[in-house]
Design a protein around this ligand. Structure first.
Ligand code: DX5
Ligand code: ZN
Length: 220
C-alpha cells in the first residue's frame, strides 16, 4: 500500500545542463531526488520542443531512479513504445491529445510500464474520471504546459487535485496524484494539503544554489 503522506520529489531534467546530462542526473540523485521526470514536447501539443527517446535512454543509463516520462505530444499512442524501449518506468499521456485514451493506457500497461494520465489546468476533472481505475498516476498540470519557470495556478488547479483525492477515496483506488509546474518551497505544501503526493520541480531544483536543500524544502 502506498503511503500518500510521503512526498515523492521528481526533478524535471528539462532545466538541467544537457551538455553534462549524466552528471546532472547523478547530482539530482545525490541531492535526494526520488524520481526523475522527463518532459517530452513535440512542438505541436505544446509550443516548445524538448527531447526524444534517445535522450531518455541516456537518462536511463545515468540513474537507477524511477523514470517518470511525461508525453506532451499530439499522438502519444504512436510514440509511447519508443519511450518504453528507452527505459521509462512510468509514462503519462494527456487526456487532451489525439488518441483513444483507454487504449493508450492499456497499451502502456501491457508493455510493462506504469500508465499515467494528465490534464491541463483548464480541463475539467470530469474528463479523466472514467479512466481512474486504469491508471497508476494522475498528473494535474499546475501551469499551462510548455515551459518551465511559470507561476503556480493555485485557484484553477487545486480544486482538481482535491477532487482527484476524493474520487480516489470514494472508489477505493490507489493512483498517485502528481503536480507539475511552479512547484517550490511555498507551493509544495499547498499542493500536498490538497492531496498531491508527487511533486515535479524543474526551476526550483535545477536552478537552486544548493539542490539538496531545495529538495528537502519541498518535503517540509
Ligand atoms: C511544463 C512541464 C514541466 C515544467 C516544470 O511544461 O511539464 O515539468 O516545465 O517547470 P517548473 O518547475 O520550472 O515550473
Ligand atoms: Zn512534466
Amino acid at each position: 500500500m502506498v503511503d500518500f503522506n510521503q512526498r515523492i520529489v521528481a526533478p524535471s531534467v528539462l532545466a538541467s545542463d544537457y551538455g553534462q546530462l549524466s552528471a546532472e542526473v547523478e547530482r539530482a540523485g545525490k541531492a535526494g531526488a526520488d524520481w526523475i521526470h522527463c518532459d517530452i514536447m513535440d512542438g505541436h501539443f505544446v509550443d516548445n520542443i524538448s527531447f526524444g527517446p534517445d535522450f531518455v535512454a541516456a537518462v536511463r543509463r545515468a540513474t537507477e531512479l524511477y523514470l517518470d516520462v511525461h508525453l506532451m505530444v499530439v499522438r502519444p499512442d504512436r510514440y509511447f513504445p519508443r519511450f518504453v524501449e528507452a527505459g521509462a518506468d512510468g509514462i503519462t499521456v494527456h487526456v487532451e491529445s489525439d488518441h483513444d485514451v483507454g487504449d493508450t493506457l492499456k497499451g502502456i500497461r501491457d508493455a510493462g510500464c506504469r500508465p499515467g494520465l494528465c490534464l491541463r489546468p483548464e480541463t475539467p476533472f470530469s474528463a479523466v474520471e472514467e479512466y481512474l481505475d486504469a491508471i497508476d498516476l494522475l498528473l494535474v498540470m499546475t501551469v499551462v504546459p510548455g515551459f518551465g519557470g511559470q507561476a503556480f495556478m493555485e485557484a484553477e488547479t487545486m480544486p482538481t487535485v482535491a477532487a482527484a483525492r476524493e474520487a480516489r477515496e470514494a472508489r477505493g483506488l490507489s493512483f498517485h496524484i502528481e503536480v507539475d509546474g511552479g512547484i517550490d518551497a511555498v507551493t509544495a505544501p499547498i499542493a500536498a494539503k490538497h492531496g498531491a503526493n508527487v511533486l515535479v520541480a524543474e526551476t526550483s531544483v535545477f536552478k537552486a544554489p544548493d539542490m539538496a536543500e531545495a529538495i528537502s524544502a519541498l518535503r517540509a
